[in-house]
Design a protein around this ligand. Structure first.
Ligand code: NAD
Ligand code: UDP
Ligand code: UDP
Length: 324
């Protein structure tokens, strides 16, 4: 259902995977969308279909620098999300989470905007509590190769809570669990995109470790719906709230599903497990169910089929481009 009052909404990281879906969703609700992105991992291709929309505006900007605009709501998504990308320039990753949060909170404070932070299940680190509930403080290595992301996001959560306590800002914190779907970057190294691209090429499917580690995969449309519901909650509610699909799968199960759906001839091969790779991950989504009236609707099989269709068409387009 469309909302009655139109708003000016800032989406940082709007040219990325999740951001581009969110921009589209908000435009469909009738809002004015300002997409801010420095194209570090995002691409104009993700939003090219929105560029001519009269309510859409694109600004190239790095959120580690101040931003002066007038908006009613802010969704702060800017930050590389795949381990390969966020470990490429770890100092910039921490800066993006921490300086980016300070700037966007400063902006929200000045214009009295609601602000939502795209936090992550990584704040739980390699969790000792399973499934993860929001009151669990986590088990994060502060010194390892994932720390730039995990600690950056943890610090951003702290800043959000302090701006709420110190300045009365209406903040919302979403702890997002692994989300996948069309417009994921094909080479970003995340498991869903890797397995699909490998399967489509009949190339070996690379499992890191023994493949018994688990993740819970949420389809992008479900997640965007939850973002929007969270933003609409009363000011008293700030979260953090887990957003994800509680279905839990091992990487071996995922590989077999992708092979079955694509009809691929790929073999499965095993590679070393990266340092600090979490062993198990599954969200307890009771809070989201009770407070947002939300739960994911798209099963992993259904979501994989849609994502595979996207990557097929992308591979076809890339193949065409190579021949030109
Ligand atoms: P993505 O890499 O596709 O998108 C991130 C976007 O942020 C890109 O467009 C990138 O160019 C932009 N960006 C990065 N640094 C920036 C900066 N300094 N200034 C301006 N823009 C910048 O990743 P995604 O999967 O769409 O993730 C979006 C957000 O959701 C991230 O904050 C991520 O941490 C969070 N998240 C995602 C997942 C997931 O599974 N997709 C899970 C947990 C959390
Ligand atoms: N800021 C911004 N846009 C604004 C207002 C503030 O980017 O519209 C930045 C500003 O540069 C500052 C940060 O947000 O570094 C935090 O602002 P705040 O007002 O909380 O702190 P202060 O300016 O007092 O350090
Ligand atoms: N993974 C894998 N093969 C790949 C890419 C990733 O087995 O080609 C594993 C990775 O080690 C991790 C899981 O899949 O255990 C999820 O990895 P991803 O990078 O997608 O997300 P995250 O580790 O941040 O949850």
């Amino acid at each position: 259902m469309k909302e009655l009052h139109y708003k000016r909404i800032l989406v940082t990281g709007g040219a990325g995977f999740l951001g581009s879906h969110l921009c589209e969703y908000l435009l469909n609700q009738g809002h004015d969308v300002l997409c801010v992105d420095n194209f570090y991992t995002g691409t104009k291709l993700n939003i090219v279909h929105l560029l001519n929309h009269p309510n859409f505006e694109l600004m190239r900007h790095d959120v580690t620098f101040p931003l002066y605009v007038e908006v009613d709501e802010i969704y702060n998504l800017a930050c590389p999300a795949s381990p390969v990308h966020y470990q490429f320039d770890p100092v910039q990753t921490t800066k993006t989470s921490v300086h980016g949060a300070i700037n966007m909170l400063g902006l929200a404070k000045r214009v009295k905007a609601r602000i939502l932070q795209a936090s992550t299940s990584e704040v739980y680190g390699d969790p000792e509590v399973h499934p993860q509930t929001e009151d669990y403080w986590g088990h994060v290595n502060p010194l390892g190769i994932r720390s730039c992301y995990d600690e950056g996001k943890r610090c951003a959560e702290t800043l959000f809570m302090d701006y709420r306590r110190q300045h009365g800002l209406p903040v919302k914190i979403a702890r997002i669990f692994n989300t996948y779907g069309p417009r994921m970057h094909p080479n970003d190294g995340r498991v869903v995109s890797n397995f699909i691209m490998q399967a489509l090429a009949d190339a070996p499917i690379t499992i890191y470790g023994d493949g018994n580690q688990t993740r819970s995969f949420c389809y992008v449309d479900d997640l965007i719906e939850a973002f929007h519901r969270l933003m609409q909650t009363p000011n008293e509610f700030c979260g953090p709230v887990n957003l994800g699909n509680p279905g839990e799968f091992s990487m071996l199960e995922l590989a077999r599903k992708v092979i079955a759906i694509t009809g691929s001839h790929s073999e499965i091969i095993f590679k070393p497990l990266p340092a600090d790779d979490p062993t198990r991950r599954r969200p307890d989504i009771s809070l989201a169910r009770n407070y947002l009236g939300w739960e994911p609707k798209v099963s992993l099989d259904e979501g994989l089929e849609k994502t595979i269709a996207y990557f097929k068409q992308l591979s076809f387009a890339m193949g065409d481009a190579k021949e030109v």
